[in-house]
Design a protein around this ligand. Sequence first.
Ligand SMILES: Nc1nc2c(ncn2[C@@H]2O[C@H](COP(=O)(O)OP(=O)(O)OP(=O)(O)O)[C@@H](O)[C@H]2O)c(=O)[nH]1
Ligand SMILES: [Mg+2]
Length: 543
Amino acid sequence: MSKLTLAEEAARRRTFAIIAHPDAGKTTLTEHILLAGGAIRAAGAVRARGENRRTRSDWMKIEKERGISVSASVMTFEFEGGMFNLLDTPGHEDFSEDTYRTLTAADCAIMVLDAAKGIEPQTLKLFEVCRLRDIPIITFINKLDREAQDPMALLDEIASRLQLDPSPIWWPAESGNRLRGMARVGDGTFQPYARKVAGSDEDPDHPAALPLTDAAAFFEGGEHADMADALELVEAGYKPFDRQAFLEGHMTPVLWGSALRHFGIEELLRAIADWAPPPKTLKARREAPPETRNAPEPLDMVVEPGSPEVTGFVFKVQANMDPNHRDRIAMFRMASGSFRRGMKLKVQNTGKSLSVNSPIMFFASDRELAEEAYAGDVIGIPNHGVLRVGDSLSESGLIRFAGLPNFAPEILQRVRVKDPLKAKHLKKALEGLAEEGVTQLFRPELGSDFIVGAVGQLQFEVMADRLGEEYGLDVVFEPSPWAEARWIAGDKADLEDFMAKYRPQMAVDIHAAPVFLAKSSWETGYVGERFEKVRFMKTKERG
Ligand SMILES: Nc1nc2c(ncn2[C@@H]2O[C@H](COP(=O)(O)OP(=O)(O)OP(=O)(O)O)[C@@H](O)[C@H]2O)c(=O)[nH]1
Ligand SMILES: [Mg+2]
């Protein structure tokens, strides 16, 4: 058992998400952070084939085949006395709901930029989400081993497009084939870069850091003098790092490197350890489960990471991580308390209670049973459908954190299984995937069809792939008559009146919430005007 106090355990934790536009290098960076943290021996190449050279966070078959991440994943490791929970997220916008949900579990974000591309569309969107949630951002400019944009132009872009003060912590010396290394702004330390020898599989270690003034041997021509001049300009031209401004979301420290060549990784880890905030105090409500008799009025409150009761929320559910066991794992972000294996926790929104006997921590090399966990930690709780995304768990069962949003899908399709004998199996599989949030599932009031909704086309591909791979179902998607789905709310009488008139267009989602299916956005607007007392919603808060 830990000798530290609860508050000390919480204070040594850093829970952060890696976000970026597709292909910026998030998964590669995750691998190399784990490598630097001593968690794994050899980082797997994202596109390398074969069982032993695969990335730890892209574990689904479809991820391995395509070299893209379709689902967020969690990794825990220790580094210099700190405990780190790293959340790798998918960059593709079709999976952004997963990324948004994952960000609710993070206290800090690492924004990865491709040095040749700078800020890309998805970078902007994710940045907005971080800003809304007050998540401070550390910037890592990746792929310096390739020809990069001018560093000052990259920082200007951060300043102008994100309205964020960039504070360079390091400054790169050239890029691509001429990459020499980088110098620490303010103290003139130089970290040389060792290029990989052509044709070799070995990644050479980068030489030890030394004062820039002594580093002439690492440069060619006039480069050494140019670097000294550039550093002077940088030191005069940018604000020095101010942790308070960073925590308040006005400033981002900027680090550089090459995830693939393991350059700049330790520097990034140290920045996270030194500057990223420990688990934050969360707003919550003290509230009895629904339909409790004589329940006291709900009370607004805050949950401090050092407070004794174990509390937290489920931000993701993942099924079939292990193909040998049909498992279903709820990712639980702890907000407070000292968790011990075997503890009983209660679900606030259902009043159900469960004994957490085999909680999992995702260490890079393996999953391990979590004997204890503290605020900031993410543990996987295996369960059989008791836990859903957005659920709040606590010892008392009375603590409720704000729910996570569901977004109305943009594409609605009908799904059919080729073998009609497997229809019942299909229902279970679809419900499972909808519980995970891979896609949404609507059950029309009339007829026996299933309507599947997604934000983007790729989600359907992932779904078809997983239905085949994990459930042995060969499915086809067909166009549906529906263009939009809206959750409806209002007084009971108004809702009943509306639903009676539109029965053929009514459906329920997996939580049995009523949903109106419209043939066009024009129709959504039309019924909205005719039924003024009914609210038609594009998002639904869960939990
Ligand atoms: N040259 C170079 N290539 C890199 C570097 N980091 C990543 N890559 C390559 O860029 C490609 C995309 O890398 P990933 O790590 O899969 O990118 P990602 O951001 O996780 O992508 P998604 O999860 O699909 O959004 C892969 O081919 C990597 O090998 C780097 O530092 N230098
Ligand atoms: Mg990835």
